[in-house]
Design a protein around this ligand. Structure first.
Ligand SMILES: [Zn+2]
Length: 243
């Protein structure tokens, strides 16, 4: 199965323009450039948010959601937030419809290692930063609805609130596997027992007190899946606007 058009993806990125938006090529992976987008002013008052997508190359709704987020007007949000965005962490996989990178490595299982190029670039892109919230967009081939994983140090879960809003976009997957740790309907726990090989648990250990993995079902149309990711993000941001 052929992959997505990364040149087109790059083109959409490069045509973005808004105040306080910086797009940088942070390195090259098998001739594909990886990009980091900085949106908003970094200041002590603003919450620092990390958004990543496309770690699994065959999950295109994540990069699409990241682009849709960047293409809309976020002026109001930028009074309270500053965003670091890695819109496509696995460009080779994106272009070849592959979960893994060119070497066949699952990037999302390699964060405890130092020799995977995409992981090295990811870590460099966030070096020295802490994030109030980290959200990672994924997709599930088998799921029939949306679900998410949440990791939170003080266990003030917001997943349920997100599920209530995403439910307006499409159905929620309530199935669980034996290894899952359900918190509420459609909300599973980022298990500290996962170690630091996965991106979200790695981030929870090193850069953030609150992490989330969103999973959209690939049976939905692409725009509906991107919309579910954005609804999850917006609901989380709304939570952080509460005094
Ligand atoms: Zn994934």
């Amino acid at each position: 199965m052929s992959g997505q058009d990364y040149a087109r993806f790059t083109q959409r990125l490069k045509t973005l323009s808004s105040p306080n938006l910086i797009i940088e090529a942070i390195g090259s992976v098998n001739d594909y450039q990886m990009f980091r987008v900085l949106l908003g002013e970094a200041s002590g008052e603003r919450k620092n948010i990390l958004i990543t997508a496309g770690i699994h190359g065959d999950e295109p709704a994540g990069p699409e959601a990241a682009l849709c987020f960047l293409e809309r007007d976020n002026t109001k949000l930028l009074q309270k937030f500053r965003f670091v965005i890695l819109p496509c962490v696995n460009p080779y996989g994106y272009a070849h419809n592959a979960r893994e990178n060119k070497q066949g490595t699952d990037i999302n299982r390699s964060f405890a290692e130092e020799q995977v190029v995409e992981v090295v670039l990811f870590k460099k892109a966030i070096q020295g930063q802490r994030f109030d919230f980290y959200i990672d967009f994924h997709e599930d081939w088998e799921a029939e609805g949306f679900y998410l994983y949440e990791g939170q140090r003080d266990e003030h879960w917001i997943g349920q609130e997100i599920i209530e809003n995403v439910e307006k976009v499409g159905p929620i997957d309530t199935g669980t596997a034996e290894s899952d740790m359900p918190i509420s309907k459609g909300v599973l726990k980022v298990d500290p027992g996962w170690g630091t090989a996965g991106t979200a648990p790695y981030m929870l250990h090193t850069h953030s007190d609150h992490v989330m993995i969103c999973e959209t079902p690939k049976v939905w149309p692409l725009d509906q899946r991107a919309s579910a990711h954005l609804t999850a993000l917006d609901t989380a941001l709304k939570h952080y606007l509460k005094p």
